[in-house]
Design a protein around this ligand. Structure first.
Ligand SMILES: *[C@@H]1O[C@H](CO)[C@@H](O)[C@H](O)[C@H]1NC(C)=O
Length: 247
């Protein structure tokens, strides 16, 4: 399985419509959720994601000119999806896209796997509860961390950073959006991606066990984390091809 760098620009803009920015009242400001657990052994920087007006225009243009499948092909869902996406994107501006994505803490970690340096972008809510259990949530293809923004809203409305029983960590998979990809001639197969995610979690200080959940291609990675890493203590794989089982 190869993750093409070519997808990067396209999917970096494939985010949910920003309906929640500004109309959701949180119990805590986002910075209170941004304290990494002690023990990170790699540089991790809090970042603010930004986009250029050109990127947004390009996305609007691509969707406007997207080829629909024939109506009588039975693939109505795809046509409807493209129309809805195109309508939603026509209203998106750089400021509301940035506000929407940055409403939850975003980070950039530098790490080396098998001697190769890379960076992993991730969105996270960190609890200050010492016994909090880390849950890594893995997005699908096509997909990105914004798949989990609404879930983060729910956690932030129910818990405070002082008492949340979980840490939620959503990495951009290697080669997607803001995470660097493997060199184009190198294999970026599931084993490599799994090793990178597992190393990333240990390196940011979550080396005492975590739970993995994934949808679509993320479910394969969650399943492989369970098989490959003794640090992965359990998993949920609701879609993709994996059945529900403990890792
Ligand atoms: C993350 O860090 C790398 C360098 O290590 C940099 O090239 C990249 O732009 C950074 N990404 C973000 C989203 O800040």
């Amino acid at each position: 399985m190869y993750f093409s760098k070519l997808l990067l620009g396209f999917f970096s803009l494939f985010v949910s419509t920003p309906t929640h920015a500004g109309d959701f009242s949180y119990n805590e400001p986002s910075t209170a959720w941004a304290n990494l657990p002690a023990g990170s052994s790699i540089p991790v920087e809090r970042v603010r994601l930004s986009f250029s007006p050109d990127e947004v225009l390009q996305m609007q243009d691509s969707l406007k000119h997207a080829r629909h499948s024939y109506l009588n092909s039975g693939d109505r869902d795809q046509n409807d999806w493209i129309s809805r996406a195109s309508d939603s994107w026509s209203e998106i501006t750089v400021p509301n896209l940035e506000t929407d994505l940055n409403r939850h803490p975003q980070f950039n970690a530098s790490l080396a796997v098998d001697g190769q340096s890379s960076n992993i972008h991730f969105m996270a809510l960190f609890s200050q509860e010492p016994a909090a259990i880390p849950i890594v949530l893995l997005h699908g293809w096509p997909g990105n961390v914004a798949e989990f923004s609404d879930l983060f809203d729910i956690f932030r409305s129910r818990y405070s950073p002082a008492d949340c029983p979980f840490h939620l960590i959503v990495p951009s998979l290697p080669g997607y959006t803001f995470s660097s990809g493997n060199p184009i001639l190198d294999r970026a197969d599931l084993v490599r991606v799994t090793r990178t995610i597992d190393r990333f979690l240990a390196d940011i200080g979550l080396d005492n066990g975590y739970i993995a959940h994934g949808g679509d291609i993320g479910s394969y990675i969650a399943r492989m984390l369970g098989s490959y890493s003794s640090n992965c203590k359990g998993g949920l794989f609701p879609d993709g091809t994996c059945s529900l089982r403990d890792c």
